[in-house]
Design a protein around this ligand. Sequence first.
Ligand SMILES: [Zn+2]
Length: 137
Amino acid sequence: MGLYEALKDAVSVAQKADNIEIMRALFEAQKQALDVLDLLREKDDIIRALEKEVDRLKESVRIRGNVKEWQGWFFLVDEDKNWKYPPICPRCWQVDARIVYLNRISATNSIMRCLQCNSTAGHMPSIPKDAFQDRAA
Ligand SMILES: [Zn+2]
């Protein structure tokens, strides 16, 4: 039995005893118990959000060595140091340590845009396949 239910039972007992003062005190305690439960739920939500953010930051630290810059563009590179398309958003990476892939605005326009922060990153340059072979170490 939880705190709220225990207080509800106590109110019921006080009603049978016809004791108004005890009933009022128990109603107030019941109301405060509900407020505390609401507060605990809010704290649980905050804790869950923070745990999720910690996981995201741990992941960004883990892959930090796999993010390489080439002439202002940022890419994830694999273990063979080959860059992966599409590039990631430089703003989201540098400001929020967040991997967000850029998308072409349209099939006919090669300007890249981040769907997270809405920044544009210009026209995708042609990058040599081995761009990171010497620099990725
Ligand atoms: Zn972004």
